[in-house]
Design a protein around this ligand. Structure first.
Ligand code: SF4
Length: 364
């Protein structure tokens, strides 16, 4: 099992909370895709037989279908894609007009992830999103009716001045849509973003927990399974791509800012459009890497596998770390933050909310 991630860093407009690597220089899209197709050739030995491809961003749906087709053609020429199970593209609801949906249908895409965040117009404005609520609802319905039935949406909670009531009505709208997957994230106020000036509106932990518990309750009442800290799926429609990360499998990241991992090293491409494009096209440096130490490998297992409902398989912990691992786990099992099921260590519902702290304690 391995996967390919392709980073498309273009956005038509920057959201107020965003500190991801993205750019509004849409005029560079063609140069960028030329660099992507060259990097695909340069790195075709990094993994074999990928089972998932994920086009993430940024906003991949800012690319015209002709450029998306060029990327897929290049992937097809350079990898054995006969094992592919899932091909996801991240989209902004505003880009999904009926012509664009038809074009996506002609590409090898079978899953679509939509960055909706909220259905409340005021909240959308505060976040600086470019779509409105009715566009988002129509976009989900149109994509579903086109035959792409595996749809995920992203939501955010604990937004400035958000009440439990508005969060609940967001969830009510979301849960009526024909979707099979929800990723929901607590807003974080990042220092280098415009939203940071509203940091005084951040909620305390107790209130954040109320938002989170409401999310858990409503999704569970509607048949969604909480299978990863921030992810819920219906009818077993887990994100196969992200699950492969969480099961510590190798992946190849193509594009500016993309990360790769092959169990022995981590590699990351420069997070600069010019440095990436020039590096790839002129055969000069465009990435850095580090070899993983035994401590890194152990820590990677903790921070990936503990996130999911399947937890950490104790058999995967190598002998030199098992004493530390068991000692730390026992402490959290006594406090009902972790549980042992068969040979796996899994977060309990109360452990999920403090998962960052638990991971830090389990790491070396
Ligand atoms: S669409 Fe996504 S990547 Fe682009 S600015 Fe908004 S949050 Fe950032």
């Amino acid at each position: 099992m391995s996967s390919i991630y392709v980073h498309i860093p273009f956005c038509k407009k920057r959201c107020t909370y965003c500190n991801f690597f993205s750019t509004t220089l849409l005029q560079r899209q063609e140069d960028y895709v030329n660099a992507l197709t060259k990097e695909i050739i340069l790195r075709k030995e990094y993994i074999t037989n990928p089972t998932t491809i994920y086009l993430g961003g940024g906003t991949p749906s800012t690319l015209p279908a002709s450029l998306l087709e060029k990327i897929f053609d290049s992937l097809d020429k350079n990898f054995n894609l006969s094992y592919l199970e899932e091909v996801t593209i991240e989209c902004n609801p505003d880009d999904l007009n009926s012509d664009y949906i038809k074009e996506l249908k002609n590409l090898p895409i079978n899953r679509l992830s939509m960055g909706i965040q909220t259905f409340d117009e005021e909240e959308l404005k505060v976040l600086g999103r470019r779509h409105n609520a009715s566009n988002a609802i129509k976009a989900v319905e149109n994509v579903y009716n086109s035959g792409i039935e595996n749809i995920s949406i992203d939501l955010m909670y604990a937004l400035p001045n958000q009440s439990l009531k508005t969060w609940e009505s967001n969830l009510d709208i979301a849960l009526k849509l024909p979707i099979s997957h929800i990723s929901a994230y607590h807003l974080s106020y990042e220092e280098d973003t415009p939203l940071y000036k509203l940091k005084n509106l951040a909620f305390d932990e107790e209130k954040s927990l109320e938002f989170f518990n409401l999310l858990r309750e409503k999704t569970s009442e509607n048949g969604f399974e909480h299978y990863e800290i921030s992810n819920w799926a219906k009818n077993g429609k887990y994100s196969k791509h992200n699950t492969s990360y969480w099961q510590n499998k190798p992946y190849l990241g193509i594009g500016a800012g993309a990360h790769s991992y092959n169990l022995e090293e981590r590699r990351w491409n420069f997070s600069s459009l010019n440095d990436y494009i020039n590096g790839v096209l002129n055969n000069t440096q465009y990435s850095e890497n580090e070899n993983l130490t035994p401590d890194d490998k152990y820590n990677d297992l903790i921070i990936t596998m503990l996130r999911t409902k399947w937890g950490i398989d104790i058999n995967l912990i190598v002998p030199e770390y098992i004493k530390h691992f068991n000692k730390q786990c026992d402490k959290f099992i006594k406090e009902d933050y972790l549980k042992k099921v068969d040979n796996n260590i899994i977060l309990t519902p109360s452990g999920i909310f403090i998962s960052d702290y638990i991971m830090r304690e389990l790491m070396i």
